[in-house]
Design a binder for this molecule. Structure first.
Ligand code: OOG
Ligand code: NI
Length: 464
């Protein structure tokens, strides 16, 4: 039974205060975590492991929290991932996430790694919203145009055209939130419950075993996106303060991690993002028509450690060094971890050097009230040196395309055929999304600039 349309509700109910988007996001993220814990018990084990490791890391070094994430943020911090099939699904999920204060940031082209998708990350964008709850969802859109077999491509498109992954009530409440500018407490509860249904696992495929096998033989991801009623959440990732210990302890808790950690090597000052995962589970499914039984692998677990957001200059250096470590393989080449550590010796590893060389982004704040001559030119580095201004590293809130490709691939198996290596298609992606994606580096730059402007304002206010 559906609830009555919103316009028929008594006036009183409509004048209830609206929840902040961050509150809706937290409700949703908690509900999703709860659902995934019930669906995939290993995710619960992973959460326990990360909580233990984070507590131990903070006991060893309490400054981790002082200079890093607020503990209240760390406890709720996680990201998820979904894979969608059509432009309609992508543009609708954009509208749904907007109600939760999450917006598309960045374009990730995975086709370079032979994975037939391109992606964005929906996340909060402003500082207050991020510190309230930084929940993000890495969202991929299948690129059907990369399927070479025309008949199969048409079949996949036809199956996707027929499905509807959102409940009528979720769409109604989203429209209502857009018109009114938000949701009340009661509407939020209903909205969260309705949207959650889109992310749920379905152990019944919508296609016959034959169709599943045909799509799977083109690419496993195609079968994963096309053959089910909805875009089941395929992993949820808690944030750890010590990913090396997490990687080492996973086997002790009965979880088999992927071989190596994606991203930069272990460092004194963490930069960007390091990630590791456990392999996707083989789960029983039933096919349509014959009710034949089979298995499908899609859902896995992942852990990540976040560090300093890098400037264009820092990111270019990261990309170059990563490429260097990845290119020398085989023969007598040392282990990947050793090559990576060796390559990254060229990346400065103190907060001071990272800031002075403009490799990373920092948030500046006036520490003590000091009157400086009016109108003088302020050099922010000098002010930090003199202990007048503090510089706090800005956390990287996004993803890394090479790492994402590594995470996808660790779940696909070696025999996986690769689809045609294509060019990125950001314009097509944005067309499907119905909006441009935001530029991540521009967001960090704006945050740093605003903090410097505030320091200057504070100083000028005190000027004689
Ligand atoms: C997404 C894989 C990428 C990450 O953290 O880089 C990802 C997927 O498997 O759908 O989640
Ligand atoms: Ni992930």
């Amino acid at each position: 039974m559906t609830s009555p349309p919103l316009r028929e509700r008594p006036h009183q109910e409509r004048s209830q205060p609206l929840e902040a988007p961050a509150v809706i996001r937290t409700r949703f993220s908690n509900a999703l975590s709860q659902m995934y814990r019930e669906e995939v018990p290993q995710y619960g084990t992973l959460l326990e492991l990360v909580a233990d490791i984070n507590a131990a890391a903070v006991r060893r070094d309490p400054s981790l929290l002082a200079h890093g994430p607020r503990s209240t943020r760390l406890d709720v911090e996680r990201h998820g991932a979904i894979r969608l099939g059509t432009p309609y699904e992508l543009s609708t999920i954009r509208r749904i996430f907007a109600v939760m204060g999450m917006h598309p940031v960045g374009y990730y082209d995975l086709s370079v790694a032979g994975v037939p998708v391109h992606s964005t990350a929906f996340r909060p964008v402003d500082g207050d919203s991020l510190s309230a709850n930084p929940f993000r969802v890495f969202t991929s859109l299948l690129r059907l145009e990369l399927i070479r077999d025309q008949v199969l491509k048409e079949l996949a498109a036809e199956i996707l055209r027929k499905r509807s992954i959102f409940t009528a009530r979720a769409l109604e409440l989203t429209h209502h939130a857009e018109v009114v500018g938000g949701l009340t407490k009661a509407e939020t509860e209903e909205f969260v419950g309705e949207v959650l249904k889109t992310f749920r696992w379905h152990d019944e495929a919508t296609v016959s075993r034959d169709t599943y096998e045909r799509l799977r033989s083109a690419h496993r991801l195609i079968a994963d996106v096309v053959c089910f009623k909805g875009p089941h959440i395929n992993h949820l990732t808690p944030r750890t303060l010590d990913i090396d210990t997490a990687q080492a302890e996973m086997p002790l808790r009965g979880i088999a991690p992927k071989e190596s950690i994606e991203g930069p090597p272990a460092r004194t000052v963490p930069i960007l993002l390091r990630q590791t995962s456990f392999k996707a589970l083989e789960e029983p499914v039933r096919f349509a028509l014959s009710h034949a039984e089979g298995t499908h692998t899609a859902r896995f677990g992942e852990i990540e450690q976040r560090g300093l957001a890098l400037t264009h200059k820092g990111r270019a250096l990261y990309d170059t060094l990563l490429q260097l470590a990845r290119s020398e393989q085989g023969g007598d080449a040392p282990r990947y971890e050793d090559r990576l550590a060796e390559a990254f010796k060229a990346f400065p590893d103190t907060l001071d050097a990272l800031r002075r060389e403009r490799l990373g982004f920092f948030r500046y704040a006036l520490l003590r009230q000091t009157a400086l001559p009016a109108g003088s030119d302020f050099d922010i580095d000098d002010l930090v040196d003199q202990g007048i201004v503090s510089a706090t590293p800005i956390t990287y809130e996004d993803f890394l395309p090479v790492s994402a490709a590594g995470i996808f691939q660790s779940n696909l198996g070696d025999a996986e055929p690769k689809t045609a290596c294509a060019e990125g298609a950001q314009a097509e992606f944005e067309q499907a999304l119905g909006a441009p994606v935001l530029d991540a580096i521009a967001l960090y730059q704006a945050e740093q600039d605003a903090s410097i402007a505030e320091v200057i304002r504070d100083i000028n206010r005190l000027a004689p």
